[in-house]
Design a binder for this molecule. Sequence first.
Ligand SMILES: [Zn+2]
Length: 56
Amino acid sequence: MYADTRPVGRCPRCGTEITPERVIIRYERTDGEAMYATCPDCRDVVRPEPIVESTA
Ligand SMILES: [Zn+2]
């Protein structure tokens, strides 16, 4: 069975990576998909920020 455990984003407060099982809800916005998730460190609901892959 395949489980995608790649982080969906990063907590805007503490920078902790948010894994998919932390996601509460996803929804579509005009500028793209957005979501809410619980941060394991903040123990609060946050909106994960996209992880920008830096190859520089
Ligand atoms: Zn956090």
